[in-house]
Design a protein around this ligand. Structure first.
Ligand code: SF4
Length: 239
């Protein structure tokens, strides 16, 4: 089954900029951006980010305010600070053996770094796409299929309605033609507290803003996350 998958990947793979590098810093930037943002939105932001901060040292030396501003629009802004802190840790001490020791790096991102940057090609990073394909096919894939599984999960073996008619694994897949009954929907962003926080951070990113004109709960949450600070005169600013 894996051979069919890899042959399909050779024909159908998406040309993504982070697939042209093994630089761990570039891979880390791509993986952190991709954690909760769609590929199409990440590509231009990834390219702009690396142009501005091409090395881990460059990012480590950036100000937190610049990093937060550059992240605007990608969502889940805590990732920006985590990436900044991770760059500072690596610039100071090098890449740790245990990559999950870095801020914002969980088991999936660590496995992706191991495979795509450090050449541990036996390691298969397990995200929801890989889990879904392994569950549906009943097959355990190796790390060599990692990129192929990502593309299959993103374009063919979709969560809600899999496209079994064009799937390279259909001949051997026991789930061919079936649908998951309850694919989980992402929680609504419109009207959510997450949206209020994002809107507040966007205002402060443009200019320091008097606290009384801002959403107080959102400011408190942003302060807790280290994304904004409140100055003694009550003005809210980036750190
Ligand atoms: S045949 Fe259908 S369910 Fe099976 S791996 Fe392909 S797309 Fe997914």
């Amino acid at each position: 089954m894996e051979a069919e998958l890899i042959a399909w990947y050779g024909r159908a793979k998406r040309d993504l900029p982070w697939r042209h590098t093994h630089d761990p810093y570039a891979i880390l930037v791509s993986e952190v951006m991709l954690q909760q943002t769609q590929v199409d939105r990440v590509v231009p932001r990834y390219l702009a980010w690396l142009q501005r901060w091409p090395t881990v040292e460059a990012l480590a030396n950036a100000t937190a305010a610049d990093v937060i501003r550059a992240w605007q629009g990608l969502g889940y802004n805590r990732r920006a600070l985590a990436l900044h802190h991770a760059a500072q840790a690596v610039a100071q001490d090098g890449w740790p053996d245990t990559l999950t020791a870095l801020p914002g790096v969980g088991p999936y991102t660590a496995a992706a770094l191991r495979n795509f940057a450090f050449g541990d090609v036996d390691i298969l990073p397990h995200d929801v796409n890989v889990d879904r394909i392994e569950r549906r096919t009943g097959h355990g894939f190796t790390g060599a299929a990692a990129q192929a599984l990502m593309d299959l999960g993103a374009t063919v073996c979709l969560a809600r309605i899999p496209r079994c008619d064009v799937c390279p694994l259909a001949a051997a897949c026991p789930s061919k033609g079936t649908r998951d009954t309850a694919a989980r929907k992402q929680s609504r962003f419109e009207g959510s507290f997450r949206q209020r926080r994002a809107a507040t951070l966007r205002l402060v990113s443009v200019a320091d803003t008097p606290g009384e004109s801002l959403d107080r709960e959102a400011v408190e949450a942003l302060v807790t996350d280290g994304l904004v600070i409140v100055l003694p005169n009550g003005t809210v600013a980036l750190p």
